[in-house]
Write a protein that binds this ligand. Structure first.
Ligand SMILES: NC(=O)c1ccc[n+]([C@@H]2O[C@H](COP(=O)([O-])OP(=O)(O)OC[C@H]3O[C@@H](n4cnc5c(N)ncnc54)[C@H](O)[C@@H]3O)[C@@H](O)[C@H]2O)c1
Length: 348
């Protein structure tokens, strides 16, 4: 039998302290909820079906699934439900779900009546290792990813890896894209561990999984504590994402799959810019493939460039791309749109 050790990681920012709890289960949810406060739950149809019995003593707002619902009209729907339920500033908002639920819940809770406290039960691999941690919340606008949102830290994030037993296999695989990202930008040791444990990780071996989730969360917690508002260091967490957001908008593939392809493009761009050795680049693409994630751009280059011209991280004619100079070390590199165009066409 494998006994999980409970661990807590703290994100401390100027505004708040956020507890990330690893190794505990949804059955112990009540230990994390604030005493004496009314609670309203936001979840999606799948989580409500599988796990509603853990939280149906509270009023529940159930959202439809899918990225197409990470939009302002969903926030509108949540507010209508909050008004119907008579949620006021004394309530606590709990999001139970993957990255879409946490992005939407954190945003809705932060702006309803100028802000309610909130927390998450993070249910997908991708949301545990990345989306639910760090306080970026928001929605897409006119197809552009995360264009409207806030920085606001959840009081707690409960990461229960036993919930993955109901996670669809493709959603499980998607999560590895963000783990590989964390390793590629910050932790050469974690990268080697991913290389050495592909089969066990894909088979949901609990001890391997726990190490991967804990290490990824620790990396994110450290970066966010240092730079909550993405002035510098936090930008490195966007490795592969400038490309990924364009791919997601145009092809509708999952976030994790888009990040995987985005990382391949950013890795190859790092080689083209003379920063990264091609052998290191090969290791990255091989690892992404080993986790059965896609590595080939499923669209024309022109669409990619058009989106990147509108990227919200662009300043004038320069995009600050996150590139690698070795596995485990990212650098932020200004690249002119003209140069980027050349690089992208070379990679396609
Ligand atoms: N805020 C951030 O810092 C940040 C970081 C990375 C990604 N994101 C966002 O996160 C989103 C992707 O997150 P995701 O991959 O978790 O997507 P998701 O929330 O859509 O979840 C994926 C699917 O799995 C289902 N699901 C989740 N957990 C389950 C479980 N335990 N059992 C059964 N079904 C389950 C959901 O219902 C959904 O259908 C994207 O919108 C992305 O932009 C945000």
């Amino acid at each position: 039998m494998y006994l999980r050790a409970m661990q807590e990681l703290l994100i401390q920012t100027g505004t708040r302290e956020s507890r990330i709890v690893l190794g505990d289960t949804l059955a112990n949810l009540s230990n994390y909820l604030p005493v004496g406060k009314k609670v309203v739950v936001i979840t999606d149809e799948n989580l409500n079906k599988y796990y509603g019995h853990f939280f149906n003593q509270f009023p529940v707002v159930v959202l439809p699934t899918g990225e197409k619902n990470k939009v302002l009209s969903t926030i509108d729907y949540i507010f209508s439900e909050f008004i119907r339920i008579e949620v006021d500033r004394s309530w606590f908002v709990l999001g139970v779900g993957g990255g879409i639920v946490s992005d939407v819940t954190g945003f809705a809770a932060s702006i309803y009546m100028r802000g309610l406290n909130f927390g998450f039960v993070s249910t997908s691999l991708l949301s545990q290792v990345d989306a639910s941690v760090g306080g970026k919340n928001g929605v897409n606008f006119q197809g552009y990813k995360n264009m409207v949102g806030v920085f606001a830290q959840p009081d707690f994030v409960l990461c229960d890896i036993s919930l993955f037993k109901t996670l669809p296999p493709l959603e499980y695989i998607s999560g590895f894209a963000e783990i590989i990202k964390a390793a590629a930008i910050k932790d050469r040791g974690l990268f080697a561990y991913l290389e050495d444990n592909v089969t066990l990780a894909l088979d949901m071996d609990p001890s391997v999984l726990e190490h991967l989730v804990t290490r990824s969360v620790a990396i994110k917690a450290e970066v966010v504590t240092m730079d909550e508002r993405e002035k510098g260091e936090r930008k490195k967490l966007n490795f592969g994402h400038t490309f990924a957001h364009a791919i997601e908008k145009i092809t509708q593939i999952s976030h994790g799959e888009a990040v995987a392809i985005g990382m391949v493009l950013a890795t190859n761009a790092s080689v083209k810019m003379g920063l990264l050795d091609s052998k290191e680049a090969e290791r990255i693409t091989t690892l992404i493939s080993a986790y059965t994630l896609p590595v080939i751009l499923p669209m024309a280059c022109s669409g990619l460039l058009e989106y990147m011209r509108k990227d919200k991280k662009r300043e004038g004619d320069v995009l600050h791309l996150v590139l690698l100079n070795q596995i485990g070390n990212a650098v932020i590199h200004p690249v002119s749109l003209e140069k980027l165009e050349k690089i992208v066409y070379d990679l396609c």
